[in-house]
Design a protein around this ligand. Structure first.
Ligand code: FAD
Length: 317
């Protein structure tokens, strides 16, 4: 089922989850162990992130270095198939522009369509680890709006190879990313929302937000989106903050603020269990407030801390 259909038919709050593919060498069981307990809350869909390859320098026997590409995590197609097969829930692969030619993107979309995947999250991706700024693949997309355009093209039966007449039409529901505290490269929130609107005007069906720890950012963002004429659902992205290191790491990686009250509570925590409890209580309050204000979905970045998300959901429902 498409995300939009879930939203239209929902009779109560919808829960959804985001996971990372296991690092290479780990089995799919690490994902099942992560997801099994959370299935009690009947998530409508499970997003699977995509992690592009990194360039690293490896020392040769003669002492010189060679640049090699390594992928720490496999792609999303297999893991989406495994999740759909085991749990009978919708899996949503994240598709990124970075590192992909249009041809490779098309092939991935065809595979996903064959598998019965109905939803994708279309993203640009960040700069490669060895680059300062995002550089598109020479025959790929520079921004996520072009990726949305390609997916919509395939939904209309337009393949890159012009010889393909009457090509089967895919039917992807497309999500895109939104940033309540603005994307770090955007000069201001209005410009960022203007480009977000472009993705929606091209055919994106909904927006999933970057994490935020102060709901006011989400409410402001939703109303600013409305002012810009954006009518699609905005799904709030939620992450438990569960250790002191994250107080500085999360703002620097994701460009989001940690409210002073959360910072102070976390600094008072003495043990890892205290830290978990601070993060859990904060997330629980965020969720309660979002539900009171009719947020369409609670979308959890479960990465690394499924137990905290489990506890929050147990206390909520
Ligand atoms: P875009 O929409 O392309 O925007 C990027 C920047 O360019 C913004 O500042 C925007 O204002 C500007 N812009 C957009 N279009 C144009 C245009 N046409 N002309 C000029 N400027 C423009 N990354 C991963 O690598 N893998 C993942 O699985 C992943 N999942 C994510 C899930 C969510 C919910 C979110 C919020 C982010 C995720 N990311 C992921 C991170 C994301 O790839 C980065 O934040 C990336 O820097 C921007 O992606 P985007 O799709 O928002 O880009």
């Amino acid at each position: 089922m498409k995300v939009t259909q879930y939203l239209a038919e929902a009779k109560g709050p919808i829960v959804s989850l985001e996971i990372l593919p296991p690092t290479k060498g780990k089995s799919i069981d690490s994902i099942y162990n992560h997801l099994d307990p959370l299935m009690e809350f009947k998530p409508a869909f499970v997003n699977v992130t995509y992690h592009r390859a990194e360039q690293v320098y490896k020392k040769r026997n003669d002492g010189s270095f060679e640049r090699v590409e390594i992928r720490k995590r496999p792609g999303t197609v297999g893991i989406c198939a495994a999740i759909m097969n085991k749990y009978k829930v919708e899996a949503i692969p994240h598709l990124i522009c970075g590192g992909f030619s249009k041809e490779e993107t098309e092939n991935a979309l065809i595979d996903l369509h064959f598998l019965g995947v109905k939803n994708v999250l279309a993203l640009r991706g960040d700069a490669a680890a060895n680059e300062k700024f995002f550089t598109p693949h020479p025959s790929g997309h520079r921004y996520a709006d072009d990726l949305v355009k390609q997916i919509i093209g395939l939904n209309n039966g337009h393949y890159l190879e012009e010889d393909i007449m009457d090509g089967v039409k895919t039917d992807f529901c497309i999500g895109v990313a939104g940033y309540p505290e603005k994307h770090f490269e955007a000069p201001n929130l209005d410009t960022d929302i203007m480009y977000l609107k472009r993705k929606v005007d091209l055919g994106a069906d909904y927006i999933t937000t970057q994490m935020f720890f102060n709901n006011q950012h989400y409410y402001n963002f939703v109303s600013r989106c409305k002012e810009h004429g954006l009518e699609v659902p905005v799904l709030p992205g939620l992450k438990p903050l569960t250790n002191k290191r994250q107080l500085n790491m999360i703002p620097s990686i994701f460009n989001v603020e940690v409210p002073v009250e959360l910072y102070n509570e976390m600094m008072k925590a003495k043990t890892p269990e205290d830290c978990d409890r601070v993060g859990e209580d904060w997330l629980l309050e965020q969720c309660r407030d979002l539900l009171k204000n009719n947020a369409p979905v609670l979308h959890f970045y479960t990465l690394g801390k499924p137990q905290v998300v489990y506890n929050v959901l147990k206390r909520l429902f």
